[in-house]
Design a binder for this molecule. Structure first.
Ligand code: HAM
Length: 430
């Protein structure tokens, strides 16, 4: 027996159907917003993340899977996809064409060396979007509403959208100065992590999970009091538009997000179950005004994006029974040879498969009731049954396993018969 690497998990059979379902819904919504799929490598040079996600973030400082390749270059298993997408957009020269914005969606695995628990893994999957080449608050609204509609399409009811603004560069400079002054004589009363954050990125103290309820953090200066006119206007436009779209939100002045590239609006989607429990954020994102420049693109090129954690969506949807009647794992036909006719069974199967029927076959010499059990377990709609007599006459038995209706059909006509099965029945009834 080989154990799973700590913090990783297998996704197999029924579980995989759920992941596929979630991803398909998210992709459908992305396509209605005209986002196009991007696939970037899982492995990137480490400095891509130190430059973009930022070396003051916990992700870069503590959680990256970084190692030297055989030529001694430092590479990292991506902890998120935004940096790679930004790099790819810049490298591909799409921005040079100035056909703004570039709208990308993506799905794939990410790696973070975190403490594993329910909904938190060391390898997990994200689905996200990036809209690059924008500096209109209406694009931010488009992104935020995209996330909200995704969750609605998945069937979620109790969603809380938390939103904040980190302001523009000037706002943040003034705000950080004031935060540093405020915390300078209080930091000794906060946790060890906060003491570290005070030196590295004082903004992150606001996001501390340990001291979240302490008065020191609650009474800290609020960024809204520092916003430049421009930042204030942009934020107000966003809130007003969300109101118009009837997307409920809650302003959370302490929402700062864990990645360094954000500016202006940031947001997170949380889900609360009936008993009030939460897995933390199921998705989050924000606007970025320096990221594209940091990875070699035009300095004034801005973007907005968000990502969902697919594991968290699946866990919550399971808890809320949102997969009920959504996943069709049935097959069209189960072929059942009675006796040593596996070769004929495979031929019939192939004929059906080539004509688009999903089809499985029993090749293990079972008796009829065992095969019916297998067909039922595989959720087959039709069984095709034949033995020596049927092969002689060229007519095989069919049974609709859902309705129990049965009869005979010529082997050569099986495809057209199944194609018209429902129509045949109606004709017979008439
Ligand atoms: P993030 O908030 O770090 O943002 O991650 C997005 C989502 O990924 C989280 O809300 C959570 O659902 C999921 N997630 C994060 N870490 C884990 C984990 N260890 N195990 C399971 N799920 C996890 C980003 O990654 C940004 N790139 C989002 C973004 C896109 N911002 C702009 N564009």
């Amino acid at each position: 027996m080989f154990n799973l690497v700590k913090g990783t998990h297998d996704i197999s059979v029924d579980e995989a159907d759920k992941y596929t379902y979630v991803e398909q819904i998210l992709i459908q919504v992305a396509e209605t917003f005209n986002f196009k799929e991007f696939r970037t490598p899982i492995l990137e040079y480490t400095n891509l993340f130190t430059r973009s996600v930022g070396d003051s973030s916990d992700i870069v400082r503590k959680e990256m899977y970084t190692f030297l390749d055989k030529a001694g270059r430092s590479v990292t298993l991506r902890p998120e996809l935004t940096a790679g997408i930004a790099r790819s957009i810049v490298n591909s020269k799409m921005l040079a064409l100035q056909d703004y914005p570039v709208k990308a969606y993506y799905v794939g695995p990410c790696f973070r060396y975190e403490r594993p628990q329910l909904g938190r893994y060391r390898q997990f999957n994200q689905f996200g979007i990036e809209c690059v080449g924008v500096n209109s608050p209406y694009r931010d609204v488009e992104a935020i509403s995209f996330g909200y509609y995704c969750l609605k399409m998945l069937g979620f009811k109790n969603i809380k959208l938390k939103i904040n603004t980190l302001g523009d560069n000037e706002t943040r400079e003034n705000y950080l100065k004031s935060l540093r002054e405020y915390f300078s004589d209080k930091i000794e009363y906060l946790c060890e992590d906060c003491k570290e954050r005070f030196n590295i990125n004082v903004l992150r103290i606001l996001d501390c999970k340990i001291d979240a309820e302490s008065d020191i953090i609650k009474n800290a200066p609020k960024i809204v009091d520092f916003l430049s006119e421009n930042s204030k206007n942009n934020f107000n436009i966003i809130l007003k538009e969300l109101d118009k779209l009837e997307i409920p939100y809650e302003i959370d002045n302490n929402l700062v997000r864990g990645l360094d590239y954000y500016s202006d609006v940031v947001f997170e989607y949380h889900h609360f179950s009936e008993n009030g429990s939460s897995l933390g954020a199921i998705g989050g994102g924000g606007h970025y005004n320096k990221l594209i420049g940091e990875v070699g693109g035009p300095k004034d090129c801005e973007g907005v994006g968000l990502a969902f954690g697919i594991e968290r969506l699946v866990i919550l949807m399971d808890n809320e029974n949102l997969f009920e009647n959504k996943i069709d794992n049935s097959i069209d036909v189960y072929v059942m040879p009675i006796g040593p006719y596996q070769d004929r069974a495979l031929e019939i199967c192939n004929m059906l498969r080539l004509n688009g029927f999903s089809c499985d076959v029993c090749l293990e010499n079972k008796n009829i009731s065992q095969m019916i059990k297998k067909a039922t377990k595989r959720n087959a709609k039709y069984a095709l049954i034949f033995g020596e007599d049927e092969i002689k006459t060229g007519k095989i038995k069919f049974k609709n396993l859902k309705t129990g209706i049965q009869g005979e059909v010529e082997i050569d006509n099986v495809v057209s018969f199944l194609d018209n099965f429902d129509a045949n029945l109606i004709n017979k009834e008439n």
